[in-house]
Write a protein that binds this ligand. Structure first.
Ligand SMILES: *[C@@H]1O[C@H](CO)[C@@H](O)[C@H](O)[C@H]1NC(C)=O
Ligand SMILES: *[C@@H]1O[C@H](CO)[C@@H](O)[C@H](O)[C@H]1NC(C)=O
Ligand SMILES: *[C@@H]1O[C@H](CO)[C@@H](O)[C@H](O)[C@H]1NC(C)=O
Ligand SMILES: *[C@@H]1O[C@H](CO)[C@@H](O)[C@H](O)[C@H]1NC(C)=O
Ligand SMILES: *[C@@H]1O[C@H](CO)[C@@H](O)[C@H](O)[C@H]1NC(C)=O
Ligand SMILES: *[C@@H]1O[C@H](CO)[C@@H](O)[C@H](O)[C@H]1NC(C)=O
Ligand SMILES: *[C@@H]1O[C@H](CO)[C@@H](O)[C@H](O)[C@H]1NC(C)=O
Ligand SMILES: *[C@@H]1O[C@H](CO)[C@@H](O)[C@H](O)[C@H]1NC(C)=O
Ligand SMILES: *[C@@H]1O[C@H](CO)[C@@H](O)[C@H](O)[C@H]1NC(C)=O
Length: 451
């Protein structure tokens, strides 16, 4: 019975010596200490179990983030493909070509993208489109309202690079946003139901829903969480266009001087891309007045400063929050949501917590890591593809390999398909989702129990 006391005593000799005048070794004190120690052990066990549970739940949440990301992917990339329709420009270029030389109608009639045009051309040794880059004469046969070939080629250059980078950046922002949102929600528990309800309301089919019983009617507790998730609407509908605009500018500045005919080594091309990335990142993290970054923000009334990152992810002002909820949720939902003012307060607390993370030091490093991971995965496969397309003569040569920019872009475009491939084991998206720093960021959200 007194073993505990003895053990404690030997371990804490000094403390006991000081207090021994009072703490006479008595039976009662023995019991007391024993109970204290037992409490402590129980507490340890409990903490252990809790910690295990939190760990398990945390790692489940990170998996949910990836699955949710894949579920939202089509909604994100659809408008990007519509606005940056590289394939249409390629078709137009082919049309011009076919018009100019009607007798040349036998080959590559079927191919609809530049990539396959190049592959066909190479094997048949008739490298129409790429060689067309050479002749800068405008076509006299085409009507004046049709864009000239030179203009089309220039547009092709900007749009194919902009699409590649807009995909990478907007996916990066979606990954970040979902990790922040879902970790905030998961910490508050209710994750599963909330995602289910929110995505159902946005017409998004989640691929990872487990077969829980349908929960008809809104669970009162989930309302703010569901509302919080519907804020992804901003990035999916507005925010990506900010990125598109900024990225177009950066691409144009860096690639303006580079002619499509220019022969580039892979190193030179990668360096140009890194230049563009640097230029985008500066704009992404630079603080500016909100009216410079958001449309419809009044210059006179608004003196707030913000980064492009934040304006791409969050609404300009909390006044518009209800407007967004109206756009993304059902009337029934809104009625329940509005019936209790606590819901709006909880939602605003979650949104301001989210904004806090987006303002933090950590965010720029994590963003850069995710973007770099996406870009370098694609450039790696571009390089392999280019090397595989070399002729035997080129393979034997000791010269460093170089390719016309037009050719590089033609090979790049099919490689970027991997960015829109919704396979769970898509190596490019998985790499982006597993960069160093993202787990730490999530953990810092998850352990933020004070809020
Ligand atoms: C806590 O858990 C670890 C393993 O997860 C185990 O080794 C340890 O004994 C546990 N401690 C207590 C007090 O249960
Ligand atoms: C294709 O070219 C041949 C001659 O090479 C010509 O007779 C034919 O009319 C052309 N067809 C079209 C659709 O232009
Ligand atoms: C049209 O194509 C034929 C063969 O495909 C070629 O001999 C001819 O030079 C071309 N004409 C022009 C104007 O490019
Ligand atoms: C090429 O395809 C177009 C439609 O895609 C068609 O109108 C044309 O006749 C085709 N030409 C040949 C030679 O098959
Ligand atoms: C075009 O596609 C059809 C079927 O899709 C195929 O039968 C034909 O051989 C193709 N033509 C060329 C020139 O590749
Ligand atoms: C294209 O131009 C380059 C020089 O700018 C020249 O070396 C090459 O032969 C040209 N190719 C064609 C098909 O005219
Ligand atoms: C996206 O950028 C392209 C140019 O790269 C531009 O033509 C298009 O209008 C832009 N779309 C939006 C919605 O900003
Ligand atoms: C509003 O919701 C909170 C939290 O869910 C709850 O504690 C409170 O009783 C509700 N108030 C009313 C008027 O229903
Ligand atoms: C940023 O990320 C890189 C790559 O993971 C890491 O090496 C570096 O320490 C990070 N820097 C900061 C300030 O967190």
């Amino acid at each position: 019975m007194f073993k505990y006391v003895r053990d404690i005593y030997t371990r804490h000799k000094k403390k006991f010596l000081i207090t021994s005048g009072v703490a006479v070794v008595s039976y009662l004190i023995g019991i007391y200490i024993k109970n204290k120690i037992k409490d402590f052990q129980d507490q340890l066990k409990e903490e252990n179990a809790t910690r295990e549970l939190i760990k398990k739940r945390f790692s489940q949440t990170q998996k949910d983030c990836y699955m949710t990301f894949l579920s939202f992917l089509p909604v994100l990339i659809d408008p990007i493909y519509k606005e940056l329709n590289v394939e249409d420009i390629t078709k137009e270029l082919k049309l011009i070509r076919n018009k100019r030389n009607l007798s040349d109608n036998r080959s590559d009639n079927n191919s609809t993208d530049l990539g396959s045009a190049v592959t066909t051309s190479e094997t048949s040794n008739d490298f129409h489109l790429i060689n067309d880059v050479n002749s800068s004469s405008t076509d006299t046969n085409t009507k004046s309202n049709i864009k000239s070939k030179v203009e089309l080629w220039k547009e092709l250059k900007t749009k194919s690079l902009t699409r590649f980078l807009t995909l990478v950046y907007s996916e990066t922002l979606l990954i970040l946003l979902l990790h922040l949102q879902l970790n905030i929600i998961s910490r508050k528990s209710y994750l599963k139901t909330a995602i289910k309800l929110a995505s159902r309301n946005q017409g998004i089919q989640l691929i990872d829903l487990d077969e829980e019983k349908e929960n008809d009617g809104n669970n009162e507790k989930d309302l703010p969480e569901q509302a919080f998730l519907s804020f992804t609407w901003w990035l999916l509908n507005k925010g990506w266009a900010n990125l598109n605009k900024t990225i177009t500018e950066s691409v144009e500045v860096v690639f303006n001087e580079v002619n499509l005919r220019e022969e580039l080594t892979m190193e030179k091309f990668s360096n140009l891309i890194v230049e563009v990335q640097k230029s985008i990142d500066i704009k992404l993290f630079q603080t500016k007045y909100e009216y410079e970054l958001y449309e419809n923000v009044n210059e006179k009334e608004n003196e707030n400063k913000q980064t492009l990152l934040i304006t791409s992810l969050l609404l300009p002002s909390s006044n518009d929050e209800f407007e967004l909820l109206k756009r993304t949720n059902t009337v029934e939902f809104l009625a329940s949501f509005n019936s209790n003012i606590t819901n709006m307060e909880t939602l605003q607390r979650m949104n301001s917590e989210l904004k806090g993370y987006l303002d933090s030091e950590m965010i720029s490093n994590v963003t850069r890591n995710i973007v770099s991971s996406g870009i370098s995965s694609i450039l790696d496969s571009l390089y392999h593809s280019l090397m595989n397309k070399r002729s035997l003569k080129e393979q034997d040569s000791n010269e460093p390999n170089s390719w016309k920019l037009a050719f590089i872009l033609a090979v790049l475009t099919p490689q970027t398909q991997e960015l829109i491939n919704r396979r769970i084991d898509n190596p490019v998206l998985q790499a982006m989702n597993n960069v160093p720093g993202l787990d730490e960021l999530s953990a810092s959200v998850y352990s933020n129990f004070e809020l």
